[in-house]
Design a protein around this ligand. Structure first.
Ligand SMILES: Nc1ncnc2c1ncn2[C@@H]1O[C@H](COP(=O)(O)OP(=O)(O)O)[C@@H](O)[C@H]1O
Ligand SMILES: [Mg+2]
Length: 310
């Protein structure tokens, strides 16, 4: 897997990891084979008829993957009765929800509601105490594999001993079998609006917003089906936050993006759907036929426990 990585850089990373056990700044689930297929329902049924169960072996090609992506295949991510306790405290009581591709979901909840805990369970960084979750593509259910998921943590964690360019090069080298169209490094930096003079600086000298952008960049390069962002814009300046929103909007087609936040205006501005996490359950808030003031009041009332959600 690492054969193509330039020797010096690879050694630098391995040295650091072996000394420190440090995080490379990406989700712990970023290894493994790249295998998300998205099949059109009709195509699936037709192929299933001919090949039966062997289909996943036979069609393990990027071409099929690309075809299906291009055709804009529909995908769902369902969580069923997920439960998570910390000793006696039941943080997630009964999470039951289906997310659909093509949308940005705002996971809105007060501090301590369990948003990070939910992401950690879905990314399998933390073991849930009950329940299940699965992806559905072309009518086929399957467990998400690590490469399905991009998880941008609330506190940017990047390898501070590398420059931005080294980190990006390292990440692309070790994931090159999964990256459909790789661009040159500067094109990625341009995309994230990271200035040319900052690209060769050590990450330890990056601002919080720039570290955040790097973390986001490495999580979107391999185009995960599910993108979880934990409080991504909360501490960014207005310009960077606006750039990040544009990027997220450009990414939503063909995938499911879930953004957690405790800031209602952010959720309303960025997201297509608002999902409230309150008392360990998830509820969708219906946005239709409501002016923004009434809608906000309704959300606040739910979060204050004044009114049940309808
Ligand atoms: N590893 C843990 N051990 C014990 N309690 C935890 C742990 N992680 C989170 N909690 C508790 O779970 C609740 C939800 O936390 P969290 O998921 O971080 O909320 P949010 O992200 O919505 O602010 C909090 O009461 C927090 O103290
Ligand atoms: Mg949190």
């Amino acid at each position: 897997m690492t054969a193509g990585v330039c020797g010096g850089l690879f050694d630098k990373v391995i040295n650091f990891l072996s000394k420190d056990g440090g995080s490379a700044g990406v989700s712990s689930k970023s290894g493994g084979a790249f295998c998300p297929f998205i099949f059109a329902k009709e195509l699936m049924l037709f192929i299933d008829d001919i090949f039966g169960d062997n289909i996943y072996n036979i069609l393990s090609s990027k071409a099929v993957y690309r075809f299906c992506r291009k055709e804009g295949m529909y995908m769902r991510f369902t969580i069923e009765h997920l439960v998570k306790r910390f000793e006696k405290k039941e943080v997630l009581r009964d999470i039951d929800f289906t997310f659909e591709s093509g949308k940005i979901y705002g996971l809105l909840g007060r501090n301590g509601a369990g948003k990070t805990t939910l992401f950690n369970c879905l990314n399998k960084d933390m073991k849930a105490d009950g329940g299940d979750f699965y992806l559905e593509e072309g009518g086929q259910k399957r467990e998400p594999v690590p490469d399905d998921i991009g998880y941008v943590l609330s506190t940017p964690t990047v390898p501070e001993f590398l420059t931005g360019r080294e980190f990006l090069k390292f990440f692309i080298d070790i994931h090159k079998d999964k990256i459909e169209e790789s661009k040159n490094l500067d094109a990625y930096f341009d995309y994230m609006s990271i200035a040319p003079e900052d690209r060769d600086k050590l990450l330890k000298d990056y601002s919080h917003g720039m570290k955040n952008k790097m973390q986001m960049l490495v999580n979107i390069i391999a185009k995960p089906n599910l993108l979880f962002l934990d409080e991504p814009l909360t501490s960014l300046d207005v310009v960077v936050a606006e750039e990040m929103k544009q990027i997220l909007r450009s990414l939503k087609e063909d995938r499911i993006i879930i953004v957690s936040t405790h800031i209602m205006d952010l959720a309303l501005d960025l997201c297509d759907e608002i999902v409230l996490l309150n008392h360990g359950v998830l509820d969708k808030v219906d946005k239709t036929d409501m002016d923004s003031h009434e809608f906000k009041e309704k959300i606040l009332a739910v979060l204050r426990d004044e009114r049940p959600i309808d």
